[in-house]
Write a new protein. Structure first.
Length: 62
């Protein structure tokens, strides 16, 4: 199962990733652009304690 949250900007994506990693959750993809999804797709991923992939994503305007 995957779960994604929409962020208001790239800074929210970055903050999500930092806070979750510091809380002990496993990094599953550092913040950055994911052009394989579409231009302007900026996201970060962590794994929660049950192994679910949690994503914060910001869709930049084109």
């Amino acid at each position: 199962m995957d779960l994604a949250f929409c962020a208001k900007n790239k800074e929210e994506v970055d903050a999500f990733h930092v806070s979750d990693v510091l809380a002990g959750r496993k990094d599953n993809g550092s913040p950055g652009y994911r052009p394989q999804y579409h231009p302007g797709y900026y996201a970060a991923f962590i794994l929660d304690p049950d192994g679910y992939n949690i994503e914060a994503v910001y869709h930049e305007s084109r």
